[in-house]
Design a binder for this molecule. Sequence first.
Ligand code: SAH
Ligand code: SF4
Ligand code: F3S
Length: 454
Amino acid sequence: MTRARRAHLVTFGCQMNEYDSGRLRDLLCAHGWQLTEIREEADFIFFNTCSIRAKAAQRALRRLEELRPLKKNNPSLIIGLGGCLAEQEGRALFDQAPWLDLVAGPQHLPRLPDILDEILTDRSQIALIGPGETPAWSQANLEAQGAKPDTFNSTAGPLLDYVTIMQGCNNYCAYCVVPYLRGPELSRPAGEIVSEIKGRVAAGSRDITLLGQNVNAYGRGRLDGEPDFPGLLRLIADTGLDRLRFITSHPRDFSPELVNLFGDLSSLSESLHLPVQSGSDAVLKAMGRGYTRRVYLDLIEALRVRCPNLTLTTDLIVGFPGETEADFDESLSLIETVGFDAMFSFKYSDRSNTVASSLPDKVLEEEKSRRLIELQTRQKVITLAKNLAHLGTVLEVLVERVSSRYPGQLTGRARNYKLVHFDGPPELIGQLVSVRVIEAFSTSLRGERVEASR
Ligand code: SAH
Ligand code: SF4
Ligand code: F3S
């Protein structure tokens, strides 16, 4: 008997890519492939890449370079590069890396099992980019290829899981390359999402994050009878899961109805990632974000009235073209005013095709670095203060694993998504445990168990 062909998948970038890689894994398994962690023993190596900033793209290309000697040693190895960088660069990648066999944009991943057979037969280089199957991961498509709903999650029911509810983005924020790479917004039918989530819950998932580039635009231009985003959240709340969250929502599309669901839907977790991008009205306008600083602050206030314990995280860009020192000060003051629990901050990076790439008044690299360090230094203090405020409180922790850093301790997340360590036996993994916080650090909390688990 010949041995099964083995695939080695590496994922870069955001959770959308993680989700895509997960579905690709399911499909390959349905087509008789096995997965391997060891790239030297693989017949197919696939990089699912990101292109959001220049650095992300460079990282993937460096890693691709490392595969060159492997191909030399094993000419029958198939090397593929997929995801957003593939969509952006297309066939040009074959000139850059002639050892590459396959380039596939995000919308083409469902075709890979068949394409791999083609490459095995005639060893041609194949590029699949541009609009593809929409939606890429329809249940019908997966089932037609033999991936059964109960195998969609081939990693056997992780406690915390992700489900894509829409693909693409129509926002065209001035700095962002995603709409060019992921295509227009397309919402998955609600029935399909609910059935996928029920499957995950049955397989052991207790905490599910809904994914999309702009989830609160879910259902825009929807068919009769299909829900909008708050309607979808209500449907999902009945699937028996313990915790529900979503990334990423856009402040402009955050309706009062959505605000009201916080505190109303018991499974909706007290944590929200709401990218602000800048604290300056002039910069927000140039970015095309469609809200002002005041609108953002009012939204946060309304959310905190509904849900006083809400933890808030954000994304922020420094050095957008034309950002003055005064604009940057507005970002500094905004993070103090809001008091985010954590922040992901980035130096503006020029991306081809975007509106911002042709704007004048680019900020110097060293100035961007200085602003980033200043912003991050301030945020560190805020994050620690937020964590210290949890001292003495009791949190419901979903236990995920034995701590890799602290022997004898377990690690899990609270409903507000704070990372918590506490002493306890491994039998508690998968359970909800009440933990009193006794120590706070910059990225986690330490606590002690106070009562029985469920
Ligand atoms: N759809 C989400 C996330 C998009 S990408 C949203 O709208 O928020 C994740 C983050 O990368 C963005 O929030 C933004 O802060 C950052 N980002 C995107 N393009 C960038 C660029 N060209 N330079 C620097 N940061 C960028
Ligand atoms: Fe990019 Fe803006 Fe769309 Fe987010 S909402 S993916 S930042 S264009
Ligand atoms: Fe990167 Fe594409 Fe996600 S550019 S951030 S992998 S949508």
